[in-house]
Design a protein around this ligand. Sequence first.
Ligand SMILES: Cc1cc2nc3c(=O)[nH]c(=O)nc-3n(C[C@H](O)[C@H](O)[C@H](O)COP(=O)(O)OP(=O)(O)OC[C@H]3O[C@@H](n4cnc5c(N)ncnc54)[C@H](O)[C@@H]3O)c2cc1C
Length: 416
Amino acid sequence: MTASTPDVLIVGGGIGGLALALSCHQAGISCRVFEAAAEVLPLGVGINLLPHAMRELSELGLAEALATRGIETRELAFYSRDGQFIFKEPRGRYAGYDWPQLSVHRADLHRVMLEAVRERLGADAVRLGHRCIRVDQNPSRVTLHFDNGHFQHGNVAIGCDGIHSAVRLQLFPDQGPPQYSGVNMWRGVARWPAFLGGATMISTGWMTVGKTVIYPIRPGTPETDGKQLINWVAEIEQPEAVRQDWTGRGRLADMMPAFAGLTFDFLDITAMIESTEEILEYPMVDRDPLERWSFGRLTLLGDAAHPMYPRGSNGAGQAIVDARFLTGRIREHGATPEALLAYEAVRNPATARVVLTNRTDPPDSILREVWQRSGGKRFERIEDVISAEELQAISDRYKKIAGFDRETLRARPSFV
Ligand SMILES: Cc1cc2nc3c(=O)[nH]c(=O)nc-3n(C[C@H](O)[C@H](O)[C@H](O)COP(=O)(O)OP(=O)(O)OC[C@H]3O[C@@H](n4cnc5c(N)ncnc54)[C@H](O)[C@@H]3O)c2cc1C
């Protein structure tokens, strides 16, 4: 069965796929989204959207809806395992950017995007229950085949089907599983009183002994007694990877030995984690950058193209930037193989740099440096361990590599 023929067929209705649908619609390009899940469930925990992602979401007219659901991050602060202050810097508009940094529940971000797609493109723009199992093409069109027996023709197809992408597997059948980093992650959300002014993201410790990343993602309300929804991630180096599934349930007992007694004067981290109702576990994995993504009328986007360690708040952001940049190229070249090559020529090397930097020198390498140089011991003054200039340089270098240093972001023209 086929419906009318859209220009752009989008495989996967996650963050990248929906950003692409909204961008195509904005640019007057016809598209349709095919999503494997039969229903949309509020899955995942927190996501941090940095100013480069928020610029794109603002240009899509979603900034206001997101602002009411999330928390505008004011600052990022690093602490040693026992709560000694290391470094902090203002973020987003508090650092002079034109766009905010926003911390939000993935389910809230996904819902806002999905509602916008349905409102703007029509109720049937996202076809649920359509798992893509094969993509065929000839010189004039591409065809998606689904597990429900349906198929769909179009001019180009974009694999936005996430880290376990079926489209990527068809293009690279010998790729093997994603590579384990040697670190497992436990994640959750807890209702907790605001700390450090209610808009600070903190990162503590180091993965050898237990690292945490903690930030608020929903404001408090009278119904929650003013308590915010706090997202936390706990990371521990372990020889074996836990199961790879975004909804995989974790157990407090498996992680808590590394986080017992973690009480700072502004936050009882142990108690907050212990109050969490549902804990998810996931291994930190990525894949080596690919030399190419585009094959004729088919290309990859987001996690399907460049899965990365979540160590720089860039997974969703880079998927959104991909979507916007690709739309700009389709607008220029039409829904053609040339557009896909023009997209890949810029976004492939740009995202490869982020994937590789997330392995070696993401922002949390601030914690690694302090851990290694201090031997994990208490220090009198942080300046005796590492200079403020060196810490700032680690942070600033990452901003440039990931494409969100303030001046470059402000100066560049719109992608679409
Ligand atoms: C359920 C879930 C929970 C997540 N939770 C978090 C989180 O808590 N924190 C965080 O930082 N990141 C999380 N992520 C990852 C984060 O959303 C992505 O890294 C990022 O948004 C990149 O977006 P993407 O669109 O490339 O991939 P994703 O957002 O992963 O979207 C891929 C989409 O493709 C669909 N799909 C897969 N295979 C097929 C197929 N064969 N045919 C059709 N559709 C298919 C999937 O169902 C999914 O909707 C989560 C992803 C998922 C899917």
